[in-house]
Write a protein that binds this ligand. Sequence first.
Ligand SMILES: Nc1ncnc2c1ncn2[C@@H]1O[C@H](COP(=O)(O)OP(=O)(O)O)[C@@H](O)[C@H]1O
Ligand SMILES: [Mg+2]
Length: 505
Amino acid sequence: MEENDTIIRLQHVCKEFDGLKVVDDFNLDVKRGEFITILGPSGCGKTTTLRMIAGFELPSSGTILLNGQDISLLPPNKRPVNTVFQHYALFPHLDVYDNVAFGLKLKKIPVEVTDRKGNKKTVMKHLDPKTIDEKVSRALQIVDLDEMEDRDVSTLSGGQQQRVAIARAIVNEPKVLLLDEPLSALDHKMRKDMQIELKEMHKKLGITFFYVTHDQEEALTMSDRIIVMKGGLIQQIGTPEDIYNEPINAFVADFIGESNIYNGTMSGKFKVRFIGAQWDCIDDFPLNEKVDIVVRPEDVIMLPPGKGVVEGVIASKIFKGVHYEFIVNVGKNEVLCRDTHDHEVGTTVSLAVEKENIQIMHKELTENQYVDAWINKNNEVVIGEDPFPCKVETLIPGGKLDDDGYVIGPDGKKYDFNDADVVATVGLDVISLSDDLSSGHANGQIINLVWIGDHFQYIVRTDDDEDYVVNSVYSWNENDLVAVDIAPENIKLRLKKDPSNYVVD
Ligand SMILES: Nc1ncnc2c1ncn2[C@@H]1O[C@H](COP(=O)(O)OP(=O)(O)O)[C@@H](O)[C@H]1O
Ligand SMILES: [Mg+2]
């Protein structure tokens, strides 16, 4: 990239709060005029990153450059950036015009004057009313509120108020507009309309938009490039197409769009095994390597029985306008598929996938991830077919379990997680193995072991084909039968759907 194409550069930017890293080694070049978006789940560090660019937080380490100049320590009002916040506050007693003009009326700019003795000097002066008027009119025109100058802001709709907040930020003619989930307070329809309008404003203004959202659809439709973050770390940077078509790991694939994600094992040259069948693929990884498989629903081909690679039974069907969406049960796995043809629930179909549409990724063996886990009526998490006691209340931050097994949120809302689909993750170091097969919550066979420096790494496979990768200093042999146990607090749980789906009254 040409150096002067870069407007913002973040170099090794870290932010710690109370010793905890919430942004970790963030590196990024933003191009002039780009629409760039940070996308990630709540708490991953999006707002903190934006606040460091705006100057409301200072990095714990690293530098932030704007047009090649280090601005890491400049106060917010000295930076040519403006922010539209998630919770914007307008002045309720002022009309639209005065809300937008407010900052300009306070602003002083350096003006060169000549005094009576003919000496030139620079003084700070307020903007003249005509300049203010021109600037406000232009900003209101861009957000399409030029007809509403005199309206009281309290009489405006949510979308119109949001546009006032944007006008107030762009009236200062910033080089970069920072937008922190600006549409999150709007309803679905309004949000869709505003997405299109924001895109148009971006075009009209020609400045850089740095956007933050947890909504993948919003990020995909609006951005030139997306940065996917998780736990303070950048996972992937790319165009919406890159990120959708070539997710770098299972987290990104799961977070962006709908996808089928499975555990797979390389079973030969250009062959991979998952959901109980062998598939042709175009990636050549070492034999027996554990991989993540991603298949997009639109890439699954539904055929009459016997014509595809694996057989399944249609468990559900939803009409989506242009196509139908089906869930096909293949053994214990679910395959989400799309087809423009109708099929009845209960029919057996055969599934195929073009080999180039099977995305294979190196598994990060830093944790076990079970993307098809669910919570049973005893508040246990079921991995494969094995129930493990777990801390179901951790599904809601600050949640507590009541006597009847419901989870009570900090806001008093009550949740019933029976049958909820979850992703369960378990570290490699917190799984214990035992010869006493009655002692754990699952039994399996050691199918693989390697010595890594000072410990063994085992793969334990259960009857229902679920694998546990376990680090241990104790030694077992291949084919040994072992019990698998995990302390409840070591099973990390994440809901697949929004918590609101589980609220009961
Ligand atoms: N001022 C602060 N003091 C302590 N912790 C903070 C502060 N601001 C944010 N955090 C923590 O940093 C993490 C990232 O927060 P944030 O950047 O707001 O995430 P996001 O915007 O992605 O939801 C969270 O765990 C949050 O609790
Ligand atoms: Mg935030």
